[in-house]
Ligand binder design. Structure first.
Ligand code: FRU
Length: 703
């Protein structure tokens, strides 16, 4: 049987990767940390959502996803599959595209991509009146080989391929006769074939052609292609780099939305890893608003940041002018002893980008062979943040910029193995008035053995919050993607609720990673800018009970709510009117707390900075990654009636906060103890007035 299948596959050039056992009947889904109303696969590893498509005839939402059939770690990447009629109850389906060769030696993995319904059968894959669905994905080839199409690929090539389904997305046939259909990046980028991925495809009605966005990850570029038949693609234009470039760009996708219900704008969504939102470490998601004419994306001027950093910056060092480092007041050792700042790119180096003015510190002087240290003169910390641009090597022990107080290193940053400098910020608000110094080290001669630094400056604003439009300000929101096939103008997205920084180490078993709740998007003018606002999609009411309502004229210190449960929707509204105080003025709610509050996740509002925040420093198990315990903030102005509103979704291992109208969202995983079912309100630095809270329990969607 096996042999004859293989024989058929060889004969007809179709992939044998179509028939797989369905994952067993819906498991109980009661393991510790198992999300109760967020999608998780029954077992194994998951990352990005892929191929989201809505089958309007059947009323079925399809969710494909990056999936490892081999266990709870990234590997043998395949497309998992799940379906839902309401975006809340999901049924896991058989694997849609299984890594070629699995469980033996894998010769092709199916990386991220998207699915369209080819109604007009432009691809010709349709037969007997059956409408073909076409998936475009990145083929990742871990070994050099000659493909069934006769094309030769080198080891580690990433190229774009297609597959089709004639049974509404349940089984797929790879287009082996021609794959990959985009074999390499266009001139002059051909040598970047290892960083070329994640096609986002859709039908552009106005110009009547298919469009694919493909990421040229390390260049922070999106390549735009067009096609009449999904098989032959023409390179049309490129976009980027803009805004946040602290890591690779991945999973680009673009969609139209009406601004304030009026004219149509286009929203480009980009994954960024690392270099995510302020205060996070690892991956994040940004968006850019503009216009798209079928071949070219043009960003709105006010959706782009010029990269110059906050306006209130006081420059400490910009490396401009003729003086050597030593003459500028730095103690310079090793090869840097008599050296000076560089005029941009140095001999033998790829182009250095993202610095300000004419010069920067660039230790590629004698190539990577250069080593040495620069130590600044001591200075008193006078502002909340130290901002700087950094690029180059990523090893914290080898090429780094550090802040030292009393001889102790209190902050360290590096580049991300890239010649493009990106803003980084150290929060020094707790070190006010202390004497500090900055040390820049390069003590390695190997690959990426250099560092690039510029614009070291003091400010009360984080540079990192003014460089991008963040789709979510939390640490666990990545590779966001919208459903194709929804009625015009309607946009629902979902994202991977994890972070490459620690994704493989989160303490869940036998699955790893969840999706966020699906979110409905709209585009509104807020603060003179086209801004995405989000709310949970689907019929929420059907999942929740009526809940308990609390009203307090004033809350001071803490107010216990008792046992509130573990799967919750909270709506919290309060007055933003607070007398100034010397203590930090915060108000919010602790959730997923133990009875003694030794563990809790604090969701609140900082009145002085006007930011909503999630504090997971004491949220439970944070031990698996040194950066996991953190506080994440998003700017949120009070609404015109002077109140602040927060909607908070709590599940067994996550918190999602929607602030205001949904313009500020923070998505964060937490791993609380099983008995962390308590909650309380807190108000620090004074009383908070007119507090209204509703607490609803959310039912499990798995039982
Ligand atoms: C993003 C990503 C994609 C790639 C996929 C591989 O999270 O790195 O760029 O296609 O994951 O699993």
């Amino acid at each position: 049987m096996k042999l004859s299948l293989l024989f058929r596959a060889l004969l007809f050039g179709v992939s044998a990767s179509t028939v797989h056992a369905r994952p067993g009947p819906s498991k109980s889904y009661t393991e510790i940390y198992r999300p109760q109303y967020h999608f998780t696969p029954a077992k194994n590893w998951m990352n990005d959502p892929n191929g989201l498509v809505y089958d309007a005839d059947e009323g079925v939402y399809h969710l494909y996803f990056q999936y490892s059939p081999s266990g709870p770690k990234w590997g043998a990447l395949s497309w998992g599959h799940a379906t839902s009629k309401d975006l809340m109850h999901w049924t896991e389906q058989p694997v849609a595209l299984l890594a070629r060769g699995f469980p033996g030696n894998v010769t092709e993995m199916f990386f991220s991509g998207t699915v369209v319904i080819d109604e007009a059968n432009t691809s010709g894959f349709g037969r007997k009146g059956k409408v073909p669905w076409v998936a475009m994905y990145t083929s990742y080839y871990p070994v050099e080989q000659v493909l069934p199409s006769g094309k030769h690929v080198l080891k580690d090539v990433q190229a774009q391929s297609i597959a089709y389904s004639l049974d509404k997305g349940m089984t797929w046939t790879t287009y082996d006769a021609q794959n990959p259909v985009i074999a390499e990046p266009p001139t002059p980028y051909q040598d970047l074939y290892k960083e070329f991925r994640d096609p986002g495809i859709f039908w552009h009605k106005e110009t009547q052609h298919w469009v694919a966005l493909v990421s040229l990850a390390t260049q922070h570029k999106v390549l735009i292609y067009t096609s009449q038949n999904l098989k032959h693609w023409d390179f049309a234009s490129e976009f980027g780099p803009v805004n946040a470039v602290g890591g690779v760009w991945e999973c680009p996708n673009i969609f139209p939305l009406s601004l304030d219900g009026k004219k149509t704008k286009w929203v480009l969504v980009l994954g960024l890893n690392p270099g995510g939102p302020p205060g996070t470490v690892g991956s994040g998601t940004q968006y850019v608003v503009g216009d798209f004419n079928g071949t070219t994306f043009t960003a709105d001027a006010n959706s782009i940041y010029d990269g110059s950093g906050p306006e209130d910056s006081v420059i400490f060092e910009d490396f401009e002018g003729d003086a050597t480092f030593a003459a500028r007041g730095w103690t310079a050792t090793g090869d840097l002893a008599n050296a000076s700042p560089a005029k941009g790119t140095l001999a033998g180096q790829n182009p250095v980008t993202g610095f300000q003015g004419q010069q920067l510190l660039n230790t590629f002087i004698d190539g990577d062979a250069t080593t040495g240290t620069l130590t600044s003169a001591p200075f008193d910390i006078s502002h909340k943040y130290i901002n700087f641009l950094v690029g180059g090597g990523s090893n914290v022990n080898e090429t780094a910029i550090r802040l030292k107080v009393d001889g102790r290193t209190v902050h360290t940053s590096t580049g991300s193995n890239s010649e493009s400098l990106a803003w980084q910020t150290w929060d020094v608000s707790k070190l006010q008035g202390q004497s500090a110094l900055i040390e820049i080290i390069d003590n390695t001669t190997g690959g990426w053995g250099h560092i690039n630094v510029d614009q070291i400056s003091f400010s009360n604003t984080r540079a990192t919050s003014t460089i991008a439009n963040w789709l979510d300000w939390g640490p666990d929101f990545y590779a966001a993607l919208g459903w194709n096939g929804l009625p015009q103008g309607q946009r629902t997205i979902i994202a991977w609720m994890n972070n490459w920084q620690y994704a493989q180490n989160i303490p869940t078993d036998p699955w790893r990673s969840a999706m966020t709740v699906p979110r409905h998007l709209a585009l509104k003018t807020i603060d003179n800018k086209a801004t995405l606002v989000q709310e949970p999609a689907g019929k929420w009411k059907s999942l929740t009970n009526h809940g308990r309502a609390f009203t307090f004229r004033k809350v001071e210190s803490v107010r216990d709510l008792g046992r509130i449960g573990k799967t919750l929707e909270l709506e919290l509204k309060f007055s933003s009117d607070r007398a100034s105080s010397s203590e930090k003025a915060e108000f919010g709610v602790s959730v997923a707390a133990t009875r003694d509050y030794s563990h809790e996740t604090r969701v609140g509002y900082d009145f002085s900075t006007q930011q909503v925040f999630v504090d997971r420093t004491r949220s439970g198990d944070t031990s698996f990654d040194g950066t996991f315990a953190g506080v994440y903030s998003a700017p949120l102005a009070p609404s015109s009636d002077g109140t602040v509103s927060l909607r908070i979704l709590v599940d067994w291992s996550s918190v999602e906060v929607f602030g205001g109208e949904g313009e500020a969202t923070i998505t964060s995983q937490i791993f609380p103890a099983q008995n962390a079912v308590y909650g309380r309100l807190f108000s620090t630095g004074g009383k908070t007035a007119d507090v209204k809270l509703r607490v609803r329990e959310v039912r499990s969607t798995w039982r």
